[in-house]
Every structure is written in structure tokens, then in C-alpha cells.
Design a protein around this ligand. Structure first.
Ligand SMILES: C[S@@+](CC[C@H](N)C(=O)[O-])C[C@H]1O[C@@H](n2cnc3c(N)ncnc32)[C@H](O)[C@@H]1O
Length: 252
């Protein structure tokens, strides 16, 4: 039988590469590794890549294996999910992987200007009701700009037509340079060992016959970002009213 939540939380508290700073903690204790992840934790000055809303951390661990010359940090508020990737990377002796348990709304408290080189958003909740909760909204882009290098890459992998369409409008409206865009990754010829990493949620959507969409763009520091004024068709397989939970649990 698998470990229960309490046992996973206990493991996480002892893991040397897991940092747990939800709102309640970081309000009282400033995060003193801000600006010092390389020197104090990774012991090198290699590029740092974030996976935001990492869940079990498949991209954090998978990319960590593919790119030992970079450092990867998975961020999520759900500790029991994160435990999977944290345990796997610890058992594999990976020194270029860490996890941060916190709310992404306060992500800029953990990284200094220019400290992060890339961001992955993997199957983020589309948050169809409220743009400010959507991880590709300009609200979050403004936060990412505070620590992402100028012109740093943002990757979005999603099942959601709503999330993909919204993000495409946001990117076009703000003239952010697009590097790659496909509405059907696995039939596009683009899927390689990086894009072929499959997350837990991704596999569920693939099993249900959904196309996987992928968008990669750059986020320059210059210019004011504004929200696109568009109406986007809602994903009919997700519950609009309970968009706080992820689609798989709320569908139909
Ligand atoms: C649909 S799941 C995707 C998980 C994983 N990336 C995957 O593809 O299997 C979305 C994840 O984002 C996390 N998440 C969503 N909004 C968040 C926020 N504001 N702060 C921290 N985590 C968040 C959730 O806890 C959840 O684990």
C-alpha cells in the first residue's frame, strides 16, 4: 500500500531539497535564499528553471535528468503530490533538483531579479472564471518578470483549449515573441524527448482523447502588459463553477 499523506508530509519535512513556505510561514520568516539559490543550495551558478504548478514534478525531475548542466525547481502548494518527484529525485541522488511548496501568487518573494532563466507551466488549471488566477495572465507575467531574465522563455503545455486560446491572445496582444505553437503536439512532429515527458494530468487527458497543445514564448521586460479583451469559448468538459479544483475532478 502507498504512503499516506501524513507520512509524506513527514518525509518532506526531512528532505534537504524541499522548501516549504506557504503564505502563513513566509509572512513571518523572510526567505533568505532569495538571490542565493545557486551559491547556497545548488553550489553552482548554472541556469535555474522553474516548473510552476508542478504536481508530482514530472518535468522538474525529467528535465533534471536530461539537463544536468541546469538546475530545476518544482513549485506547487500541494505537498502530497510534490512528494512523488521529491522522493524520486532524492533516491536518484540528483543534485540539480529542488522543490518549493508555496502559493505561486507570492513566487516573486523567493527569487531575485534575473535569477530564473525559464518557466514551465504544465497543465495549469485554466481558471476560466478569473484571469488574475490564471498562470498565463498578465497579472502573473508581471510577477514572473520580477525574477525571470529579460526575454526568458515561458513554456505552456496544456489540454485546455480555453487556456491555450487565452494565452495565444495574451501573447499576441502584448507582442511577446512566440517561438513554437502547436494545437496538436503529438501529431506535429515537434514532440521530442523534452516535449515527450508526460505528466500525470497529461496522461489522463491523452487517455480521454484530448490533443495536447504547446506554446513557447519569450517574456521581455520592456513594455506595459495589458489583458486582451476577448471572449473565449469555455472548455465544455470542465465545471465552470468549481474551477478552483482541477478539471479531472470537476469534469461533467
Ligand atoms: C492540474 S494540476 C497539474 C499538475 C502537474 N503539472 C501535471 O501536469 O500533472 C495543477 C497543479 O497546480 C497547482 N496550483 C494551481 N494553482 C496554484 C497556485 N496558485 N499556487 C501553487 N500551486 C498551484 C495545483 O496544486 C496542482 O498541483
Amino acid at each position: 500500500m502507498g504512503k499516506g499523506k501524513l507520512a509524506k508530509f513527514a518525509d518532506m519535512r526531512d528532505y534537504p531539497h524541499v522548501f516549504e513556505y506557504p503564505y502563513s510561514v513566509v509572512d513571518d520568516v523572510p526567505f533568505d535564499m532569495k538571490g542565493h539559490w545557486g551559491e547556497r543550495f545548488f553550489k553552482n551558478d548554472r541556469p535555474i528553471v522553474l516548473e510552476l504548478g508542478c504536481g508530482r514534478g514530472e518535468y522538474t525531475v525529467g528535465l533534471g535528468r536530461l539537463f544536468p548542466e541546469k538546475n530545476f525547481i518544482g513549485v506547487d502548494i500541494k505537498g502530497a503530490r510534490m512528494w512523488t518527484g521529491a522522493t524520486e529525485s532524492l533516491q536518484a541522488g540528483m543534485t540539480n533538483v529542488a522543490f518549493l511548496r508555496t502559493q505561486i501568487e507570492i513566487i516573486d518573494r523567493f527569487f531575485a531579479p534575473g535569477e530564473v532563466s525559464e518557466i514551465w507551466l504544465t497543465f495549469s488549471d485554466p481558471q476560466m472564471k478569473k484571469a488574475t488566477k490564471r498562470l498565463t495572465s498578465t497579472y502573473f507575467m508581471e510577477r514572473y518578470r520580477r525574477f525571470l531574465v529579460d526575454g526568458g522563455l515561458v513554456h505552456l503545455k496544456t489540454d485546455s483549449n480555453f487556456m491555450f486560446t487565452y494565452t495565444r491572445y495574451m501573447v499576441e496582444h502584448n507582442h511577446l515573441p512566440v517561438e513554437v505553437m502547436t494545437e496538436d503536439l503529438y501529431h506535429s512532429g515537434l514532440a521530442d524527448e523534452i516535449l515527450g515527458i508526460r505528466t500525470y494530468y497529461e496522461q489522463q487527458w491523452l487517455d480521454r482523447g484530448f490533443n495536447i497543445k504547446y506554446l513557447r514564448f519569450r517574456l521581455p521586460h520592456e513594455g506595459t502588459l495589458t489583458e486582451p479583451d476577448v471572449e473565449i469559448e469555455l472548455d465544455d468538459y470542465r465545471s465552470y463553477n468549481r474551477s478552483k479544483r482541477s478539471g479531472l475532478q470537476t469534469s461533467k
